[in-house]
Design a protein around this ligand. Sequence first.
Ligand SMILES: [Zn+2]
Length: 239
Amino acid sequence: MQLLNQKYPLTWNKKNFSIKIFCSIPNVATGILIKAENSYFVVDPGDGILRDLNKEIGTKNILSISDIFITHGHHDHVGGVWSLLTYMRVMHKKTPLSIHFPFGCVEIESIYHAFHEVYRRSIPYKINLKVVKGSKNYKSKNIIFKPFPVIHKEFLQDGITTRQVPALGYNFIFGKSKICYGGDTAYCKELADNAKNSDLAIIEAGHDEDTPDEMHMTINEAKVIGESAKEYFLVHIPE
Ligand SMILES: [Zn+2]
């Protein structure tokens, strides 16, 4: 069933498991917060995430965030990483932070190395860079997460040739509930398989035409996958 409150923020919850999508606008910003009981997780922190998190959960809870999940390195998905890391430094975060990202995602590696270079003498918390390879179940705090590969391409400088970027979707599981977030993806079997029967699927419909391509899904492609889940949001729709 498509959840039609398509005005951001989008929210969903089931038995102490909730998600808030502050924003998901292609080429501008994404920003997602997951809460499982009292644990907070951030997914694809694009530009504006710090403002949204401050308003939503406040400093103390921001400092308790243990994991950031990155689907891919495009700026609308990672633009807020630097400010988040710096905020946690300035506010004296003590507990470790893990950043999960796809193998080969140079954007996250570069942001981390630059951050470390600038502040290496004064970072009060440990940052664990977690390169995700393959598709298996991982546990962090009270959730299980299972990444899966998706198809997402970008144009090279000639504007014609494309290349696959390192890109993942994630399942987030708490108790008996599962949220499946596809990140940015063309229609692909992995997403279709993972979204099926999930309690909530978050499916991008970023392609602005009706003819399928290898970067984003058309509305119709996204709906086919969404309908296989119990409930779904369509996100990343061009404005
Ligand atoms: Zn992208």
